[in-house]
Ligand binder design. Sequence first.
Ligand code: FAD
Length: 424
Amino acid sequence: ADGDATPDVLVVGGGIGGLSAAYALAREGLRVRVLEQAPEFGEVGAGLQVAPNCTRILHEYGLLEEVKSLGVLPSAMLMRDAVDGSELTRLDLRDLEERYGFPYLVIHRSDLHAVLLRACRELGVDLRTHQRVTGYDTADDRASVTLADGRVEDAELVIAADGLHSVARQWMAGDDLVNSAYVAYRGAIPLADVTREVNLDEVSVHVGPRCHFVQYGLRGGEMLNQVAVFESPKALAGEEDWGTPDELDQAFDDTCEDVRAGIPLMWRDRSWRMFDRDPIDRWVRGRVVLLGDAAHPPLQYLAQGAVMAIEDGWVLARHVTRQRRSTTDTVDWDAAVRAFEAVRTQHCRRVVLTARSWGELWHLDGTARLRRNVVLRDRAIDDYSFVDWLYGPTALVPEELPPMFQPIPLDAVEAERDQPTLTD
Ligand code: FAD
């Protein structure tokens, strides 16, 4: 990389979102610098599901074959009831690949991160660690960041990919995180340590009252990835110390044998409290633009957080290219980020809100759970109407977004509220 030359673009945050955006822009010939606060680039070692709307982009980047070789391509995704263990519905992932043209795969996060890091290096992205950004400013067609050591760096565009607790989001919107009172435990372990029977040809989720359990294989089937998620009674009671391992054990007490057998294998020294944010319409302030979790952190029930972040970088790079004047080799950055914002705020709003309601459906109890099970068992296996909007090609302009989730008129909501409800 051409070391100290001023970059065209500064990317704050070297997670999957920041690196993939840096790569997308470097592919367009732009000079990109990534500022990461950590002493090293990396990701925590657990699994990630990567849907066709993202493998399509990885293919375009020329990275899909490598990602496939490092991951696992399961042949089915199964949803089961966590209490009685019965199958509720499934997706045939071979058929799904045929429908969308690209595979559904699962991969170790650190493997995907490493692929993106190496790809950035090869294109000469200037990758810097130990760079904690504490402030943002924007004026006169440029944006700048202040670092913890007081230095200031600037560029024509600053992309803030600084994650859930984004400093840029605070500066831009000042909104709060939304606490779901749910917490996730993870455990990616060698298959040799697993004594029960597991089918690594499937991505499996058991959905239960206030809890769920996900498992799938990693690294060509050498490892098992498990995620156990539950609602914390201590969080609901307003206690500070919530989501503790004793709560983990209790939360899964009433689940089937298959699920209970997985709980002792979870990592107990780390957990992830689950927050999201209410969607906002503005991700751009002057020449600073939010991307990835900084812009739209979801609850992970649709497994689209990292996928959306990778889509963001691809969409942004496409608009930057469209707004490039070949005669002067300058970019109309304002037009590019406006176009990015116009389409991505709408798509990601749908994902964030749908993930919330999908989670509610998973976690039902009592007769509501039984009714859900009837509906899910009734679903035709080849009915893709509920995932087409997610797994189909990524929209570049709002007009390409699939026409679903039209806003429900308020009077319809109110009419429903006045209906007598069935109680359990
Ligand atoms: P992050 O990964 O948070 O990266 C932010 C980076 O910015 C970090 O490297 C951080 O150190 C750096 N940074 C932060 N602040 C600063 C600063 N001030 N200065 C400099 N650097 C800074 N998504 C999927 O697509 N599929 C899944 O299957 C899936 N499963 C999930 C399961 C769980 C349990 C959870 C919790 C999430 C899951 N997600 C999944 C979501 C996904 O992990 C995130 O959406 C994604 O990693 C966000 O990437 P990001 O780069 O935007 O943010």
